[in-house]
Write a protein that binds this ligand. Structure first.
Ligand code: PBG
Ligand code: ZN
Length: 323
């Protein structure tokens, strides 16, 4: 039997042809490594599920960053986890002092984004503050978020990444930064962020599990594709420089749509549960972790993702050898 006139088999005949048809080539430039810097930790602590990632003390964070840069990491997103401060008037002393020292030591050697949210600082574990009635106190939440963004920007963060999903937070942060003449600090918004069951390992790592209730009153509902797009359009209108879908793997369909509607760079956050599921596949003997990870990264690129936040960024060099 001969091949059909328009055969797709012929094009894949050998590695030369397959490599030639690569439309998604990418490297470390596109990958961002998360880091958890935790005030209460001495040395470092394992994070169940997140192989290769640990909760770091300040001192071990400096060592980790140095080693990561050595192995090719170019961008980080920092999660500062202060000791719980128990009220709405928490300060950012811990985060800003560590940020400042990281910047002093590594300025220019890598790009440091900082996740800005209230959930790791508030004892409620929520990304906002509430009125006594239980309603979200938007005004106060925005004040605290903008203050946090400003203080981290002043401490040397290269970019701000708001992950709270409040109305108006990008505008509030942009306003606070601009007022302090920090015009050149970009905002990478978690713009389309769903209420998801995929954040499990992260919440342990960042001490950010809600003590009561869930995040469905502010994170997106997976069933609603209208708001999924509107949320990113809104961030773009408020001045976000980069947009993001999260969880990445389960939001892959939205990347091209958000790009088309906003004309902005859109990235994907391969979240803790997604990464952990690939670890688990290997542990169960069902797959090779590096191959699984690389396959997912390729799909993010194929869908049009400009950048990928992934817990495996530091292993990219050895993983890409498989490409
Ligand atoms: C906090 C935040 C979360 C993640 C990033 N920032 C958790 C949440 O919103 O519940 C999830 C990251 C991950 O699971 O890897 N606002
Ligand atoms: Zn949060």
């Amino acid at each position: 039997m001969s091949l059909p006139k328009t055969s797709l088999l012929r094009l894949k005949k050998n590695a030369y042809l397959r490599d030639m048809c690569d439309t998604i080539s990418f490297g470390q430039n596109q990958l961002i490594q998360p880091l958890f810097v935790v005030e209460s930790v001495k040395g470092q602590e394992e994070i169940p599920g997140l192989r290769g990632n640990v909760r770091l003390s300040e001192e071990s964070a400096y060592k980790q960053i140095e080693a990561d840069i050595e192995s090719g990491v170019m961008q980080f997103i920092l999660f500062f986890v202060p000791k719980k401060q128990n009220s709405e008037s928490f300060n950012t002393d811990y985060s800003t002092s560590v940020m400042h020292k990281i910047k002093k030591q590594f300025s220019g050697a890598a790009n440091f984004w900082v996740d800005t949210c209230l959930c790791s600082s508030l004892d409620t574990g929520h990304c906002c503050v509430h009125h006594d009635s239980g309603q979200i106190n938007l005004e106060k939440s925005l004040q605290l978020l903008a203050k946090m963004a400003l203080e981290l920007g002043q401490a040397g963060a290269d970019g701000i990444a708001p992950s709270d999903m409040m109305d108006g937070r990008v505008a509030a942060m942009r306003g606070a930064l601009d007022k302090a003449a920090l015009f050149d600090i970009p905002i990478m918004s978690y713009s389309t962020k769903f209420a998801s069951a995929m954040y499990g390992p992260f919440r342990g790592a960042a001490d950010s599990a809600p003590q009561q209730g869930d995040r469905k009153a502010y994170q997106l509902d997976v069933r609603d594709s209208i708001q999924a797009l509107e949320a990113s359009r809104r961030c773009a209108e408020e001045g976000a420089d980069f947009l993001m879908v999260k969880p990445g793997m389960t939001s892959i369909d939205l990347i091209p749509q958000i790009k088309a509607q906003t004309g902005k760079h859109v990235g994907a956050y391969q979240v803790s549960g997604e990464y952990a599921s690939l670890v688990a596949l290997e542990e169960k003997g069902f797959g090779d972790f590096k191959s699984l990870l690389l396959e997912t990264w390729c799909v993010f690129r194929r869908a049009g993702s400009s950048f990928i936040i992934t817990y495996g960024a530091r292993d990219a060099k050895s993983i890409m050898e498989k490409l």
